[in-house]
Design a protein around this ligand. Structure first.
Ligand code: ATP
Ligand code: MG
Length: 570
């Protein structure tokens, strides 16, 4: 029997989620010879999103926890929608999340011959028949959960005729949609999935792995459970919408399993996030119609989008841990995801100076042409992160919003006759300013207190505000992409009478050019690196960066609405 590998834990059972408890019980009971094998079964018809990450953490996580294995199985049963591009991206994203399937990479298409043989067997046993009706006619006979369906007029075809027609369906003799193979179960069943479910349909698009070998393709319900069985999967963990499919899953397994081994389906709740959509069909539409820049647009809930935005695997896993696995549907607050990345980057991101909306400050009592290097702590949360140097000179940039001509009392930033401290540097006092013809502040004049620098007698003097800044003569230009939520409404999937594209947030991307960054940042930034821009937020270097211009994605601003909400409630 497999042991729980979490040795740090004196009473592991208490920390198990409900799926893990089922697995632990099955292992303890010696089911399937004490084997544990899960699988993650993506359909290669799109890129993975954060909902899939939840399933991945479960499927690979439970296997890891109990010393089992997890297969990667591509559920490639519909060649019209699938592509190798998606296969490759799925593998990359799973690895990035930190999971590995070893040599257990499988495809539902590997089992097409076995599934076909099983279909033939069921036809011979009188348990399947070819229906010549259109999908509309079949749907019309389905009935409702409270009224029985009607039998198809083709339900009682002879075995010979069914066999002949099914073979000819696969030989390509009939048009798509003209015939299907159905299981002959019960048109009056209280479970709608038992009302003669479709097993096979005709598709003539070549398959990315099997080419033109097949003209009939199995439906999910006829492929999934048997694929689990052929692979030796013991626990087939999926999402709640498959609960009503489970009896059918078991029905087909009954036809092939014996007492020594059978896979078992277990369901948990899907991840749904506010202010986004999780349907692959809708995400594909956003990409195809150019409403986002691609699958990896940093506003997308895809794994590659989150990665480009600056999310780390650790932050995604922490979020998934926090929401947990339950038996009921929920809508998860995106601000909890944002909280997770803030917490993670707080620990790992170096603090740097970048001025997003610059206005020039001239320190009139500082010598022209003089430069001094000031020392900045890289990360107060990480004692090992060290320090770096930042040049100071007579002219600096600060944020435009950090100055007010007529400030209210509680404004603790720069204003006429008021003092602020420059981060890691001097205290300065505003002595005047100049406006351009349109009335915008063009330059601000200040005097510094030479005694106020760190290490000097006046360094302990307190002023209320500390501003970030960069030296005009030394800074470099950068581009910054500021993101807001992709949708303006909390739950776009629920707005049934509106096209989801109308609900997109028109201000979800703001590009700011001419951002001023300190030299250390310009020199150290590599694609994917994370930084905290002091007082602004966490930023990650985008692959669009060039030798001339670094591009940063704002991963998340510093303000944590989720933590604030929690404190209010406590
Ligand atoms: P479709 O939109 O085509 O039904 P899907 O989103 O279910 O696709 P699949 O590729 O079939 O995508 O999903 C692979 C696995 O990921 C399945 O086990 C599915 O249950 C799980 N999964 C998909 N979406 C979510 C989600 N939002 N939360 C948790 N698990 C999910
Ligand atoms: Mg699916």
């Amino acid at each position: 029997m497999a042991e729980i590998s979490d040795n740090n834990n004196a009473e592991p059972r208490k920390n198990l989620n409900f799926v893990e408890q089922i697995v632990a019980d099955d292992l303890a009971a010696g089911k399937n010879g004490g084997r544990l094998n899960t699988r993650f079964p993506p359909e290669p018809n799109g890129y993975l999103h954060i909902g899939h990450a939840k399933a991945i953490c479960m499927d690979f996580g439970v296997a890891e926890k109990f010393g089992g294995t997890c297969n990667l199985r591509f559920d490639d049963t519909n060649p019209t929608k699938e592509d190798v591009e998606y296969v490759e991206s799925i593998k990359e994203d799973i690895h990035w999340l930190g999971f590995d399937w070893g040599n257990r990479e499988y495809y539902a298409s590997d089992y097409f011959p076995k599934l076909f043989d099983l279909a033939i067997r069921l036809i011979k046993e009188g348990k399947a028949y070819v229906d010549d009706q259109s999908s509309e006619e079949i749907a019309a006979q389905k009935g409702t959960p409270t009224t029985p369906g009607q039998n198809s007029p083709y339900r009682n075809r002879s075995v010979e005729e069914n066999l002949d027609l099914f073979l000819r369906m696969n030989a390509g003799e009939f048009e798509e949609g003209s015939r299907v193979l159905r299981a002959k179960i019960d048109m009056a069943s209280s479970n709608m999935h038992f009302r003669d479910p479709i097993m096979y349909r005709i598709i003539k698009t070549p398959h990315h792995r099997t080419g033109t070998t097949w003209k009939v393709y199995p439906m999910y319900d006829f492929a999934h459970g048997q694929s689990d069985f052929f692979e030796g999967v013991t626990h087939s963990i999926c999402t709640l919408e498959f609960v009503p499919h489970r009896p059918l899953y078991d029905y087909f397994i009954d036809m092939i399993a014996d007492e020594s081994y059978r896979p078992r389906q277990i369901e948990f709740n899907r991840l749904n996030l506010t202010y986004t959509v999780m349907s692959k069909r809708k995400l594909l539409q956003l990409v195809k119609e150019g409403l986002v820049s691609g699958w990896d647009d940093p506003r997308m809930p895809t794994i590659c989008g989150l990665r480009r935005r600056g999310y780390t695997p650790e932050s995604i896993k922490a979020f998934i841990d926090a929401i947990g696995y339950t038996k009921y549907e929920a809508l998860n607050d995106i601000s909890l995801l944002e909280h997770s990345i803030r917490e993670d980057l707080n620990k790992r991101a170096n603090r740097v100076s970048a001025v997003i909306d610059p206005v020039k400050v001239i320190i009139t009592n500082y010598p022209e042409g003089q430069t001094e290097m000031l020392t900045i702590e890289n990360n107060p949360e990480d004692a090992e992160a060290g320090t770096h140097e930042m040049p100071f000179s007579r002219e600096i940039y600060i944020e435009r919003a950090d100055f007010m001509e007529n400030p209210p009392k509680k404004f603790f930033r720069l204003a006429p006759d008021r003092e602020v401290r420059l981060k890691a540097g001097y205290i300065i006092k505003c002595t005047g300013f100049k406006k351009d013809a349109d009335g915008n502040i063009e330059e601000i004049y200040c005097e510094h207190d030479p005694e106020s620098k760190s290490g000097m007698p006046g360094s302990m003097r307190k002023v209320k505000g500390t501003l970030h800044w960069v030296s005009v003569a030394h800074c470099k230009n950068a581009e910054v992409r500021l993101y807001d939520r992709l949708f303006s409404c909390e739950n776009p999937a629920e707005e049934k009478d509106r096209d989801f594209r109308e609900l997109l947030n028109p201000n979800s991307l703001k590009v700011v050019d001419n951002v001023k960054i300190e030299p250390y940042l310009a020199e150290t930034a590599h694609v994917g690196d994370h930084y905290q821009f002091q007082r602004t937020g966490y930023f990650t270097v985008d692959p669009d960066s060039t030798a001339e211009k670094i591009v940063f994605n704002r991963t998340i601003s510093l303000k944590d609405s989720w933590a604030k909400e929690q404190n209010k409630n406590n």
